[in-house]
Design a protein around this ligand. Structure first.
Ligand SMILES: Nc1nc2c(ncn2[C@@H]2O[C@H](COP(=O)(O)OP(=O)(O)OP(=O)(O)O)[C@@H](O)[C@H]2O)c(=O)[nH]1
Length: 344
């Protein structure tokens, strides 16, 4: 690559738990010597995505080329957090050949794309493409459509219905910015559901975009990287619900961390977490748990009430074996009840 060419940047967006980190892991593994750099933004106080990507990205990325911006939402802190992170990557002795940005699951991509139109940035970088990752099962289950039960509850409480569904807005804003839509978790869908999803998603999109269905984020890097979209030149084609409604804030969502005591029965714990998530309509639970007698720590990941666990690495010699889970839900999530149910 010419030292004067703009560095391509891929923005990976998608709702909480859609599979962004899984997809980026796959891209890193398939990078085949391409020098990558990552900016990882996560909502909530336990940096799970950063841990996962640092563990597998060390070779592909090199020292200093993975920047973690935890506990926030890049779309709201573009100037304060994102631009300095980009500057740090541009100052690396070995210039990255491709930068991948993972937004938080609640971020709106458009403010981020706009930053690439700033003079100091656009001369050096270009948005190669915006990849929107979708949890196919969650969409097929109507997770992002207006929820009749929630509307009825709201009517009973307020005597009025707010038609704005914050989940739907975030989900749609992410799709509306996309150059490539990756419907992930195809293992949880049948062919008819997948075809139906493609039609539903295409109906939302204002223009023709690439569409692919995958499992475990296994999208071909030749498809995901090298879209040459120059999205910063194309902002008008990427409408956002928040252009007309003013600033986006995250008051529609709540997140907190619960300390979890050591467990001797991870399966029972996972079953309990699934039940709590279903009872309280929790959107996302993730973190690490101490399993008594195990040298490794347990990575726990829940999307809605669907949970996965796996041992990721041994606890460090100087590391406290602290079990911590971040819980994310809609505004009104009963923090006290969830914390009590988790035994925190
Ligand atoms: N069944 C199934 N699960 C998947 C698939 N891809 C990812 N997952 C699981 O979904 C969960 C969330 O995946 P992540 O990659 O962490 O999702 P994310 O979008 O980065 O999540 P946030 O950063 O919290 O928004 C994890 O437990 C993954 O193992 C898939 O294709 N099928």
């Amino acid at each position: 690559m010419s030292p004067y060419a703009k560095i391509p940047v891929t923005i990976v967006t998608g709702f909480l738990g859609a599979g962004k980190t899984t997809l980026i892991r796959h891209l890193i593994a398939a990078a085949h010597g391409r020098r990558l750099a990552l900016i990882i933004n996560e909502f909530g106080d336990v940096g799970v995505d950063g841990e996962i990507l640092k563990a597998c990205g060390a070779d592909a990325c090199g020292p200093g080329a993975i920047v973690e911006l935890a506990n926030g939402c890049l779309c709201c802190t573009v100037a304060d957090d994102f631009i300095p992170a980009i500057e740090a990557l541009l100052a690396l002795p070995e210039r990255p050949e491709h930068i991948i940005v993972e937004t938080s699951g609640l971020a709106l991509p458009k403010p981020l794309i706009k930053a690439f139109d700033w003079p100091a940035i656009r001369t050096r970088l270009t948005v190669d493409g915006v990849v929107a990752v979708v949890d196919g099962r969650a969409v097929a289950d109507g997770r992002f459509a207006d929820d009749p039960a929630a509307s009825a509850a709201q009517r009973a409480a307020d005597g009025a219905i707010d038609h704005d569904n914050p989940l739907e807005e975030v989900y749609e804003d992410q799709l509306l910015a996309a150059d490539l839509v990756v419907v992930n978790k195809v293992d949880l869908l049948d062919a008819t559901e997948l075809a139906g999803l493609e039609a539903t998603i295409r109906a939302i999109l204002p223009r023709a975009v690439k569409f692919v269905g995958v499992t475990e984020g296994r999208v071909d890097p030749a498809v995901a990287l090298g879209l040459t979209a120059a999205a910063e030149d194309d902002l008008a084609a990427r409408p956002s619900h928040h252009e007309v409604e003013g600033d986006h804030d995250h008051d529609d969502f709540e997140s907190f961390v619960v300390e979890i005591a050591a467990t001797s029965d991870p399966e029972a714990l996972t079953a309990k977490l699934g039940a709590i998530a279903a009872d309280h309509d929790v959107l996302r639970i993730k973190g690490f748990v101490d399993v008594a007698g195990k040298a490794m720590r347990l990575l726990v990941q829940g999307v809605g009430s669907r949970f996965r666990t796996g041992y990721d690495r041994p606890w460090g010699a100087d590391e406290a074996r602290r079990g911590r889970l971040v819980v994310i839900g809609r505004k009104g999530l009963d923090r006290v009840a969830v914390t009590a149910a988790l035994g925190g």
